[in-house]
Write a protein that binds this ligand. Structure first.
Ligand SMILES: Nc1nc2c(ncn2[C@@H]2O[C@H](COP(=O)(O)OP(=O)(O)OP(=O)(O)O)[C@@H](O)[C@H]2O)c(=O)[nH]1
Ligand SMILES: [Mg+2]
Length: 321
């Protein structure tokens, strides 16, 4: 995942830690390299600009330049800001009150149907929820069949009405069934489009008004980079989404979407798709993602433990006076 970004950042970090003291010039050079690495990974230009400005300021501070190991501290600062950029803490799915309705929305081929089934499996297996998958994509009969096959494969309830006139009718029926049969979670797989247009938005808004979903998750293909971020912005403007699922992170995605999504849309990435199999879905944790991108987990924990020691010493000293 994001190999070329990781490789480039690692090279920069190797240069930083390979020497003892760091000059302002060394820091400036490193910032420049990181800026280029992020831009090449297709991170949003403004996001890169703000990120570098914040990291740079902190790295040029007294504490780093005069610290015992400025190279390692710089890595820790980059890590901290990367975690912050992606939203700091994980954003869990809002599954109360029940039945919790989740709407999956997004463009053609982004991974809505696959992700719906993966999520159903996760909720059933790990959270012991009673889950129903609903085919609200009435555009193509094959879409209904695809979801039905996956529902059988992961072993959850499935609802479709092949004669329904509109997704609204499906939504109204499901609303009743979900309550009377006490489902915990009901996942709506909606129709995609080549691009977000008025008729799609109207259809989704109608469904939203009927089911009042706990979550509206935009499913976006990470390989699209900045295009995925722009799609998310449009869906958010139209529907006020609650979160983002970034799919196909196992492919040739460069990292731009993962790093820009939160800052540009203001909405958290909640889940990530990392393969075609039903088990290939993960909760999104900004710290773990930053670890993966930087590949510097041991340095980060080393600096954390040193900082903790320094804090304790300072506290002890204060206590003595
Ligand atoms: N490698 C990989 N492939 C994925 C991932 N998520 C989905 N796919 C694949 O992407 C293709 C499209 O997925 P679908 O779930 O059918 O996409 P969709 O959004 O429902 O598409 P429409 O219904 O046409 O709008 C399928 O071949 C999936 O197997 C992922 O995380 N990694
Ligand atoms: Mg689909």
């Amino acid at each position: 995942m994001f190999e070329s970004l990781s490789d480039r950042l690692n090279e920069t970090f190797r240069n930083l830690t390979g020497r003892g003291a760091l000059s302002e010039r060394n820091i400036e050079e490193a910032m420049n390299e990181i800026r280029i690495a992020l831009l090449e990974a297709d991170v949003n230009y403004q996001v890169v600009k703000d990120f570098i400005a914040e990291v740079r300021e902190e790295c040029l501070g007294e504490k780093v330049l005069r610290g015992i190991n400025p190279g390692q501290m710089t890595i820790k600062i980059v890590y901290d800001h990367m975690v912050k950029l992606m939203g700091e803490a994980a954003a869990p799915l809002q599954l109360t009150p029940t039945p919790a309705f989740i709407m999956m929305v997004g463009l053609h081929g982004s991974g809505k149907t696959t992700t719906s089934a993966k999520l159903a499996l996760h909720l059933k297996q790990n959270e012991k929820k009673k889950v129903m998958l609903v085919a609200a994509d009435l555009m193509r009969p094959a879409a209904i069949d695809q979801l039905e096959t996956l529902a059988n494969q992961v072993g959850v309830e499935f609802y479709a009405d092949r004669n329904a006139r509109s997704p609204i009718q499906v939504a109204m029926n499901v609303n009743e069934i979900a309550r009377s049969e006490k489902f915990d979670v009901v996942i709506f797989d909606t129709a995609g489009r080549l691009q977000i247009d008025e008729s799609l938005v109207r259809e989704l808004v109608d469904v939203r008004n009927v089911i009042q979903p706990n979550e509206i998750l935009l499913v976006a293909d990470a390989a699209l980079g900045q295009e995925a971020v722009s799609v998310a912005t449009h869906f958010n403007d139209a529907l006020d989404i609650s979160g983002i699922v970034l799919t196909k992170l196992d492919g040739d995605a460069r990292g731009g979407a993962a790093l820009s999504m939160r800052k540009v849309t203001g909405k958290p990435i909640k889940l990530v798709g990392v393969g075609e199999k039903m088990e290939d879905l993960q909760m999104f944790h900004p710290d773990r993602m930053a670890d993966r991108i930087l590949g510097m987990g041991d340095v980060v924990s080393l600096v954390e433990s040193i900082q903790q020691k320094v804090d304790e010493d300072e506290a002890a000293e204060l206590g003595e006076v």
